[in-house]
Ligand binder design. Structure first.
Ligand code: ADP
Ligand code: MG
Ligand code: ZN
Length: 618
């Protein structure tokens, strides 16, 4: 998993070197040449020294005379003449060398070197360094000639289980594992397949919602297949210069061909594999070129050589159809959200890394975490471990895990948020309203916990319902019951306080969404029957849907949604009115205790006389 990488020195490092060199030059060279510590003497002294034959060289510069004495390390002197016509004769007589101005005594060649050549050299050197740095940054491996690595793919090559991840680390997702195992097997024993005439798929596309383990699966393949494994992310093809992405694709496949048999993995392929749009003038030429190159390369190589291409995406709908046709990514491997068993297994895989108390019930946790992805489950285990540390315990307990589910669903407890007692009372009635309506209807998930401790998500309280077993289908009745349950909070507020609050906004949103989906997608309205009025754009990301009907129909749908939610509200209101005394009793209890379990709730609900109408309610 490690890549050999030279430590990069920051740019500032080179600037610093250049700066220091300049300073040194300034200190060492320049002073020794110009500031030679010149003694100033008067003309008489000079003449005396000439006569005494102490003077060695003399230079004249206008009125000024520079001269040196005959010491081993000569001293420099300066004096001013008064237009002395006999000076030359005197100097001759004394046997002095003399001449007119050698400006300062600096060697002219050195001076030219210093003032002209040196700066040029320094700037050239600096330029070189800068270019090298830039090249490195722009993607070449950097080693060798920086210009050569331009446009090379920077795929990481993993060889033979260097990731340390195997199928053992991926829980659930058995179908995906099976399909991938086949590919691994083909790379190991191709003759088994060739004998019977089977051709291995060239490419396989892992599709599924975020956090379900697509990248993890690919890494596991790298760990299992004892062949080189190239891994690159789609976004790494996107480059500053046009044409660079395409050249990276070319390079990647060239490398792969040399190393065959091997596996190439392109993560988040939707970055480069987006549908090309019809208009040729659209801006993103670069991306299109990259995609075209990828298509060409995928056609170009021979699957029997043993190059398999894996890719992962959570937006299969946005991929270019050309990528998906047989001969390219002809195998689609769904990596869906884990089911109950899968969730339990994933929890166990991640729990291997933490210390647990003995009595942890993974099944209960997995049931409560319905709809969670593998990544969320991994996160829950970690949150639980963090909570255990916070509370100075050595083991993770069931309570830690339960709390961490709530943390992942609803955010952290907001301990310091102060609600007025009136507000707390309203929230108590609101939550009991939900819980009562849920409990009084058949076919709705049992209430497991009710709390009025505020959460960082903004919820002032919530009611947790956990299905007893995994649900794959929802009946119309269950859906209508759910809408009624969602309106239950608001109903209780209205019934008891005869005023309504903002607390129901999330309930309203969910109820509306459900009612709309029942009509437009599930075909559960008498009026429209089984007609698809809405299509989901992307089932994996948020599940946005787009309307596909006439404006008239759309307004009819709106009316029907209003009716459906209203019907739920009326039903909930009736249930609460019939059990108003229980509503008071439970709300008071919750108000006192802040958090109550499903068992406590049920006990109070069915305590004392059990009126006939509760048991047969609904
Ligand atoms: P994606 O599908 O978005 O590529 P990842 O493979 O990056 O998701 O998963 C993120 C993390 O979630 C993984 O590193 C792993 O810890 C955890 N995870 C997801 N799915 C599973 C799984 N099936 N088994 C074990 N761990 C999983
Ligand atoms: Mg991923
Ligand atoms: Zn509510």
């Amino acid at each position: 998993m490690k890549q050999v990488q030279k430590p990069k020195k920051p740019l500032i490092f080179y600037y610093l070197i250049a700066f220091i060199v300049l300073i040194l030059l300034n200190f060492l060279l320049v002073p020794s040449l110009s500031n030679r510590n010149i003694h100033e003497v008067d003309y008489g002294t000079f003449l005396d020294m000439v006569e005494a034959k102490q003077v060695s060289t003399v230079e004249l510069d206008g009125d000024t005379i520079y001269f040196t004495d005959k010491e081993e390390k000569p001293n420099y002197y300066e004096t001013t003449t008064f237009d002395d016509p006999g000076l030359v004769d005197r100097l001759d007589e004394a046997g002095c060398k003399f001449g007119r101005v050698a400006q300062q005594a600096m060697n002219p060649i050195l001076s030219i070197l210093l003032s002209w050549v040196l700066p040029v050299v320094i700037f050239w050197g600096l330029g070189q360094l800068l270019t090298k740095q830039l090249m490195k940054k722009m993607g070449g491996g950097g080693a060798g000639n920086p210009f050569m690595s331009f446009g090379k793919s920077n795929a990481k090559v993993y060889v033979q289980s260097t990731t340390g991840i195997t199928f053992h680390d991926v829980a659930g997702e058995d179908e995906a594992k099976e399909l991938l195992t086949e590919i691994v097997d083909f790379l190991h024993t191709p003759q088994k397949y060739q004998e019977i005439g089977a051709v291995c798929p060239k490419g396989a596309l892992l599709v599924g919602p975020p956090g379900t383990g697509k990248t993890l699966l690919a890494k596991a393949v790298a760990g299992e297949a004892h062949v080189p494994f190239f891994s690159i992310s789609g976004s790494e093809f996107v480059e500053m210069f046009v044409g660079m992405g395409a050249s990276k694709v070319r390079d990647l496949f060239k490398q792969a061909n040399e190393k065959a048999p091997c596996i190439v993995f392109i993560d988040e392929i939707d970055t480069i594999g987006k549908k090309r749009d019809g208009q040729g003038f659209s801006g993103n030429d670069e991306r299109e070129q990259t995609l075209n190159q990828l298509l060409t390369e995928m056609d170009g190589f021979d699957a029997s050589k043993g190059v398999v291409i894996l890719a992962a995406t959570n937006r299969p709908d946005s991929l270019d159809p050309a990528l998906l046709r047989p001969g390219r990514f002809d195998r689609r491997i769904p990596v869906e959200l884990p089911d109950l068993k899968g969730r339990e297994e994933i929890l166990k895989v991640h729990a291997r890394k933490v210390k647990l108390s003995d009595n942890v019930d993974f099944n209960a946790i997995a049931r409560a975490a319905s709809g969670a992805s593998g990544a969320e489950l991994a996160n829950m285990i970690n949150e639980a471990a963090l909570r255990a540390v916070r509370e100075n315990r050595k083991f993770v307990t069931q309570a830690d895990l339960e709390e961490s589910i709530e943390t992942v669903i609803a955010g952290y407890q907001k301990k310091n948020q102060v609600l007025s007692s009136k507000e707390r009372l309203i929230v108590s009635y609101h939550e009991i309203g939900h819980a009562l309506v849920a409990a009084l209807q058949t076919n709705s998930a049992p209430v497991t916990k009710i709390t009025i401790i505020p959460r960082t998500s903004g919820a002032l309280g919530y009611t947790m319902q956990v299905e007893e077993e995994e649900r794959n289908l929802m009946s119309q009745e269950e859906l209508t019951n759910k809408i009624a349950t969602l309106t239950g909070g608001r109903c209780a507020e209205k019934l008891i306080f005869n005023s309504i609050t903002t607390g129901a906004s999330n309930d309203i949103e969910q109820a509306t969404k459900l009612a709309r989906a029942m009509i437009t997608r599930f075909g559960m309205s008498e009026k429209f029957g089984m007609v698809a009025l809405e299509t989901q754009v992307n089932p994996y990301l948020g599940g946005d849907s787009s309307l596909s009907c006439s404006p008239e129909t759309a307004s009819q749908i709106d009316e029907m949604v209003v009716e459906a939610v209203k019907a739920g509200y009326d039903k909930a209101m009736q249930l609460l009115k019939d059990h108003q005394s229980k509503l008071h009793e439970l709300a008071k209890y919750l108000y006192e205790k802040e958090t109550i379990t499903g068992d406590e709730f049920m006990q109070i609900l069915y305590r004392k006389e059990i009126p006939e109408d509760i048991v047969n309610a609904e």
